[in-house]
Design a protein around this ligand. Sequence first.
Ligand code: GRF
Length: 193
Amino acid sequence: MVLSTGTNKIITAVFISGTGSNLKSLIKFSKFKKSPISIKLIITNNKLAKGLKYGKIFKIKKKIINFKNKEIAEKKIINELKRNKIELICLAGFMKIFSKNFIKNFKGKILNIHPSLLPKYKGLNTHQRAIENKDKYSGCTVHFVNSKLDSGKIILQKKVKILKKDTPDSLSKRILTQEHKLYPKAILKVFNL
Ligand code: GRF
């Protein structure tokens, strides 16, 4: 992806469904001079998402989208993205899957973070599956989003050792700490920085 010329940063929307710890780390990253992104919009499908508080704290516009009807939801999102001149979408714990058509509209402009070493463990319960399979390592992946779940081109990965005493919860916490570092690094890589 090419960074647009001039001093303007890439106008970015972050999509969340829950705690928003990755959102928080992306917001902090966006404040650095060397960061290519500026976060202008937070979108969620969950009006109770804890991460929405970061909208208030950092004065970023929030939009709650009801996903009962996916087609209508996606139309609303597209309007919102256009209205806010969004150039990059970062999914960060967003628990809805977009239609092929939506993804086509933003081809190469949607990133996601996933808590496993893809292509291993696409989908949910990644930590439990890695522990049950007695894997030595798990980790996290930032990838481009394409029309197949968790299958787009990998940008960066970070390995995390699985300890004997690990539960899905303890492993998830250690991986999450790495996610917070990996997502900003992956964004720098996307923009060749
Ligand atoms: C992260 O583990 C992310 O990889 C996954 O969902 C979790 C979201 O955590 N897609 P948070 O809301 O960013 O704290």
